[in-house]
Design a protein around this ligand. Structure first.
Ligand code: C5P
Length: 200
């Protein structure tokens, strides 16, 4: 069965948590596509060469979750040749047999416009910055400034900017607990999965 769940949205909106929970609940493979861009940014040197030669070891680095790695990721993610080098792997993952959940910025718009489920997970910048600050600490105002800077870069780049697909379902987690958000997403996936399984 081919079945793709695309989970897109800005930084710290809850896409990773929702994506992992959906994959666990429905037995689907999961890919955090942000990790690919983080690994390219962290490698240093020519980002296009890094994107063309990423290895599992690059993805296993323990410094990919820092604010600095997120910042570097969003810089290299604006380079079209970097995005192109990572496209095929993501497309194949999305359409692998057994179904997959991918979270990122352009899964429903560019990587897999044919995804059976498209979610756009968002929240106010203040709430997202607060969540990020709880994880990484430091100065709250600075974390908010970095969230806003990353939003601006991700939404304004020319190639595959962050935006909701026309047929995506938006989940605004500003006032929603993560459990409620997962529940709503799971209800949608369950319904579409039943339809996909009934396909001849
Ligand atoms: O989701 P995460 O914060 O790990 O993503 C890091 C950066 O990688 C994002 O700010 C974005 O610029 C880039 N990215 C992207 N397309 C994706 C996933 C991440 O451009 N599908």
């Amino acid at each position: 069965m081919i079945f793709t769940v695309a989970v897109d949205g800005p930084a710290a909106a809850g896409k990773g948590t929702i994506g992992r929970a959906l994959a666990d609940r429905f037995g689907l493979a999961h890919l955090d596509t942000g990790l690919l861009y983080r690994a390219v940014g962290a490698r240093g040197g020519d980002p296009v060469v890094a994107a063309q030669s990423l290895t599992p070891a690059d993805l296993a680095r323990d410094d990919l979750r820092t604010l600095a790695a997120g910042e570097a990721a969003s810089r290299v993610a604006a380079i079209p040749a970097v995005r192109a080098a990572l496209t095929r792997f993501q497309r194949e993952f999305a359409r692998r047999d057994g179904g997959a959940v991918l979270d990122g910025r352009d899964i429903g718009t560019v990587i897999c416009p044919e995804a059976e489920v498209k979610l756009f997970v968002t929240a106010s910048p203040e709430v997202r910055a607060h969540r990020r600050w709880l994880e990484v600490g430091g100065d709250q105002e600075q974390v908010l400034a970095e969230v806003r800077a990353r939003d601006l870069r991700d939404t304004s780049r020319a190639d595959a900017p962050l935006k909701a697909a026309g047929d995506a379902v938006t989940l605004d987690t500003t006032m929603l607990s993560i459990d409620d958000a997962v529940q709503r997403a799971a209800d949608l996936v369950r319904a579409r999965l039943a339809r996909a399984r009934a396909r001849p």
